[in-house]
Design a protein. Structure first.
Length: 213
């Protein structure tokens, strides 16, 4: 899902940078990281784990790839603000150090993985818990749906961005189905992993989960 340089034209690149920088700046201000050192330590550990998991990529037809993102997991454990900061940190380091994703597309990659995936995954988890009540089973269901649908929507958004960009040779009629359907199918794996981690932590150390605090 890391969009490389050359896939987005200047309009998409600038627009996604503006959205991402604005939201991440807001998250930094509102999260008050320096006043929450316990969460900060969890952020660094989680960022390292997600960083390693994201290095495993499965190439997809149409010029992109699929991999574990961890957006919903970060949002559920750290909350939507710190969760977004965690993924933004991971995506930025991958871009600047390992050239995984282009610098011109960094705004779009942060938007897709650090904002959309995190916020959607967290929101779905909260909705499930509110509708079904807190239990180990519902936390698994909420984590599963959050992880699955969060990465799917992020993938569809990525497909829209590159499909509408004049710099990319294929239109949305190809990019959206490719990104959407593959993430809908293989995103089940991310959902299962997210649900299992959240349900396990809810029984062993519920205070780690943001919504349990």
């Amino acid at each position: 899902m890391h969009i490389p340089d050359g896939f987005l034209d200047s309009t998409w690149s600038i627009a996604t940078y503006i959205v991402s920088v604005t939201y991440i700046g807001y998250a930094i201000k509102k999260a008050e990281i320096t006043k929450n050192l316990e969460r900060l330590s969890l952020l660094t550990v989680l960022a390292a784990g997600i960083f390693a998991a994201q290095m495993l990529n499965w190439p997809l037809p149409g010029g992109t790839s699929l991999h574990f993102v961890g957006g919903a997991l970060a949002g559920i454990l750290l909350g939507p603000l710190l969760g977004s900061l965690t993924l933004a940190l991971v995506v930025t380091i991958q871009c600047l150090v390992f050239h995984d994703g282009g610098i011109t597309a960094l705004g779009a990659n942060i938007l897709n993985m650090a904002i959309i995936d995190v916020l959607v995954g967290y929101a779905i988890y909260k909705i499930v818990l509110k509708a079904l009540g807190p239990s180990t089973k519902t936390r698994f269901i909420g984590g599963f749906l959050g992880g699955w649908l969060g990465i799917t929507l992020a993938g569809i958004t990525c497909g829209v961005e590159i499909g509408l960009s004049p710099s990319f040779p294929y239109g949305v009629y190809i990019t959206v189905p490719v990104m959407g359907l593959w993430h809908l199918a293989l995103g089940v794996i991310e959902g299962i992993i997210t649900g299992m981690v959240v349900s396990y932590l809810s029984t062993k150390n519920p205070n780690v989960i943001f919504s349990e605090r």
